[in-house]
Design a protein around this ligand. Sequence first.
Ligand SMILES: [Fe+2]
Length: 179
Amino acid sequence: MTSEPPPTVDALCELLASLAQHAYGEDLDVLAHSLQTAAHAERSGAADDLVVAALFHDVGHGLGDPTEWGVLDHSTTGARYLARWFGPTITEPVRLHVQAKRYLVATDSGYRNRLSRASLESLRLQGGPFDEEHAARFARERFAADAVTLRRWDDAGKVPDDEVPPIEHYRPLIEAAVV
Ligand SMILES: [Fe+2]
């Protein structure tokens, strides 16, 4: 993968589009979910880079070996891939969004009840809730707050047939974010 030349914005959009073929145990495909997550970010008035992070946060599901619940290490796989074109304001929330779930389950008492079945199943396989030490370590990450915010949009973006803007809507933001 690392020997490939950098893709253009077109190729990044194509990779996103290919996520329509990926299931991850939810009632919608990974592309529909990614577009909903980005729409939540945009509606919340998030910084442009965090909207782009929301759009690409699950791109690792298209880059690894899927289980019934998708690619379990998709956050690190995706962040590593994206790091060739985007800076840490995008790659770090992506890298940390699975850790943010483990952190929120440990620190927000009502959070677990709001998780989908697939998220609960993958949580178990991803190591379960953080213990106190891991939670404290996560909280010290520079982009922990952005990762937690992204995680909440991620959890909300799982509504089958929700009408949200398409990939092309985000092209100017993607172009501006490529470093
Ligand atoms: Fe997600």
